[in-house]
Each structure stands twice: as structure tokens, then as C-alpha cells.
Design a protein around this ligand. Sequence first.
Ligand code: ADP
Ligand code: ZN
Length: 523
Amino acid sequence: MGSEEILHRVFGYPAFRGMQHDIIEHVAGGGNALVLMPTGGGKSLCYQIPALMRDGVAVVVSPLIALMQDQVAALRELGVPAAYLNSTLTAQEAATVESQVRRGELKLLYVAPERLLTERCLALLHQARLGLIAIDEAHCVSQWGHDFRPEYIGLGRLADEFPQVPRIALTATADDLTRQEIVTRLMLENARPFVTSFDRPNIRYNIVEKQDPNAQLLRFIRDGGHDGESGIVYCTARNRTEEVAAFLQEEGFNARAYHAGLTSAERTEVQNAFQREDGMIVVATVAFGMGIDKPDVRFVAHVDLPKSIEGYYQETGRAGRDGLPAEVWMAYGLADVVQQRRFIEKSDASEEFKRVQNGKLDAMLALCEATDCRRVRLLGYFGEMYRGACGNCDNCLSPPQTIDGTIMVQKFLSAVYRCSKASGHAFGAGHIIDVLRGQLTDKVSANGHQLLPVFGIGADVSQTRWRSVVRQLSIAGYIHIDVERFQTISLTGAARPILKGEQTVRLRETVEREPGPRTRRRN
Ligand code: ADP
Ligand code: ZN
């Protein structure tokens, strides 16, 4: 059977998505491949269909036992002979699977990496006819990533053991460094890369400032038409998940809390209920999500600011896997920022690591404060150019109010200039804002900055508002924040025309904005 026929007959789908067809033909034809595709993009079919097209058994390396079991169960339901080998099997069960492999009765065999690399398993595969090797979640080989699994390093050996067998590595982690690590460590130098767009066009993005998060969340769910739909609400703290779940229950929703403080039986129970039932809301910490494959999650809400855009994108990516319209919403506040900065500062991590974490938080905040298309910014963060505005995010649908901020910005830029000129080195945002607001701190008096003409000229503006100005100026490229050197600020060439009064600047109207989500789904 050809790939299209398998897609229709076995999987029951009408058409391939994105690059699936190209990838499948390449791999089925014996080529190696490196597939970068976002969560929900449809990676599984990229090895499952070639597995059915080629002779012999396809070995799928997967790090997550639960996911392995789900996939095998789903394949069997479709009539595909599939099995797994992992630590949950008894010796007898494993022996049964092994003899099935030897007899050539299986088309797909899922194996945990540490098991695959045992001499016993390698010998088994040499006895069998091996058609394909698929390495899922290939970014686990990256030592710098957050999912590093040492067992993955050994998988490079498969290239030597089975030189004739095509190999496909798959991941949803996009950045260049990870990609290079996958190629070298898994010996995929000759693999053809397939880089799919990370865009999720059916997801609508909304980001608002946090005022009364419970009430705002409720409005998002009700006004957005999500009443009775399945959704996930992410919170930072365990006790908040309990509070928000209780609040939603009082409002008549089928809501459950999920966090690492529950027993594993309780967690499994919530997960299964969510997977099975319609219209359930799970209020969770980030512990929830790995291994959840529910296609019809219609909304994902963040009532606290995520730590990084990577995390945010992964969490929001759980919405709308079926390709139908889905909506995501986030409320962020200054308290979140302060708490996260403190958390980073207090950790035992190296200075370098802290700088990286602060940089990620800055990027997340830049996304929150952006006045232009969220999708353009999100994809831009992953190195992807999205042309035009998407028409499916809050900023596109109802452009935020802006005000003429020229005078405020001139004050700020002059303060940056004057302070660094007076002391011969650059300062961070905190100090510049103290000077503008006329705060006589130790650092101000030690530098004599209370004598500068800019001292106190911005006292009428709150510190929060100044912080927001700083972020907007950084995003717009008028200032440079040096994350390598204590987040010190310097002016860029673009600042000159503003200081000289030749150019005006518009700022996002932040704090004073009306509470609540600004967009509604237009059905
Ligand atoms: P990933 O592993 O990339 O996160 P999956 O392989 O789990 O994504 O696929 C995500 C969802 O999309 C699944 O529910 C899957 O059945 C569905 N899917 C994948 N390819 C297609 C297709 N061509 N047509 C329709 N649905 C698809
Ligand atoms: Zn947009």
C-alpha cells in the first residue's frame, strides 16, 4: 500500500498535514531524517506510516512509558501489530514480545532507550528483520536542554549497529544548538532535515494584565464561549491550583486541581478523567501535561506568568491539537515578575545560569508588553519569520491603546545618558528609575547622581510604569540591556532622533487599561 492509502485505510484521515507526506516518502525510501515539528504537529505518523510501508519491524525509541503504552494501545485498535518493551512488563510478558519480534509478527516495537542498548535487546534486533529506527523526543540527547536523558547519548551507536536501516529522529524543540547536538550525537550528519513551521494557526493568543485573576479567568471562559469545553488552567503555586479549582467548582464547572503534592494515584485519576470526560477543566502546575494527548482541549489559561517562552509555547500548544479553533489566555502582573526574579536570585545556580534565566524572563515580558502581533513575536523568538499580522491574536483583533510617550521617553533616555556620563559606566534600570523618581538611595548618593538635572524629573510616574517603559524601549531597540553585564542599559543609535526631538514615540497604555480580556470569539 502507498502512504496515502495507509493514511486513509488504517488511520482514517483524509489528508496529510504539512510536511508529513514528504517525510514519510523520504524515510520509507530508506533515507535518514531529522524532523522538527511543533507539539501536536503530527510527528507520530511520520514513522508509523513508513513502518507499515517497509519490510520488517520498526523500532521506536521513546522516553515516556505512559506515552508508549497509549500509542501501542491506539495502534492495536487500528489493527496494527505493535508492542512495547519496558520495565512495566513481567519477564514472561517480555519474553512473549521478544518471540513475536523474532517471528516477524510485529510492525512496530516501542522500546525505552536504556533497554534498547542492552546487549540482549541489540542481539534480538540483529536476529529480527529491522525496517526502521525512530528516535522520538530526540532533544533528550541535548545536555543543555531541560529534558536531558543520559541514556540517549548511547543511541548514536545504532548508526554502527544497523548501518543499512533508515533512522528518523523527531523533536518539538526548535533551537539551533539542540538541533546540532542531535545531529552529532545521534550520527545523523547525512539526515535530511525537515523543519516544519512552528505556527499553530488555529490557536488564538490573548495576554492581559492581571487585576483580579479569578474574575478575569471566569470572564475569559464565559465570554469566550468556553463554558462546557475542556481546558487547562496553569498556576505557579500548588495552593493556587486548589484555590482556583474550588472557585471554578463554585461557579458550576467540572474542575479539578493537579500538582506534584497529590499522590500518584490521585494524579493518574485526574489525568484519566481529563482524557476521558468532556468539558473538564484541570487547574494545574506545570507538572501537568507531559504525556497528555487530548486532541480537543479548547482552551489553555495561564493565571501566572510562565518562566520562559519555551514553556509557554509548550503549554499553550496543548490546546487545539485536533486543528479546530482553540484559544489561549494569560494574565501577568508585576508581582509575578518580582517573585520570579527573586526566585532566580535566591537559587544556588551559577551566575551564568541566572543570567540566562533572567534573559528568558525578559523575553517572556517583551511578549506580554508587545503592541503588535503576538504570533509574529512568538515565532520570531523561535527564529521563524511570519509575514504580516496574523489576524488571530488579541493585538491583531483589537489593537491596544497607545499614548504619546515622547516626553517620558526623553526623560528616561537622558537619565541613562547623564548617569553613565557622570560615572563613566552604565547603570541598570533600577538605578535609573531611582534617579528619575528622586529617590536618594545609597547608590544615588555614592555616585552623586542627586546633583544631575534629571534627578526627580520623573517622580510623577510610578515605578511600575517606568519598568514598563524600559521594557518597551528595549523591545523597540532604543536601548540595549546588557544581560552579560548586570543588565546595564546603554543607548542605541535609534535613541538619538528622540533625544533631539526629531521623532515621537508611542507607548502602550498599560496600567490604566480596563480590566478583563479585550477580545471575544466572534462565532
Ligand atoms: P506530536 O507527536 O507531533 O505532538 P501527534 O503525532 O501526537 O503529534 O499528533 C497530534 C494529533 O494530530 C493526534 O491526535 C493525531 O491523531 C492528529 N493527526 C496527525 N496527523 C494527522 C492528519 N494528517 N490528519 C488528521 N489528524 C492528524
Ligand atoms: Zn496577530
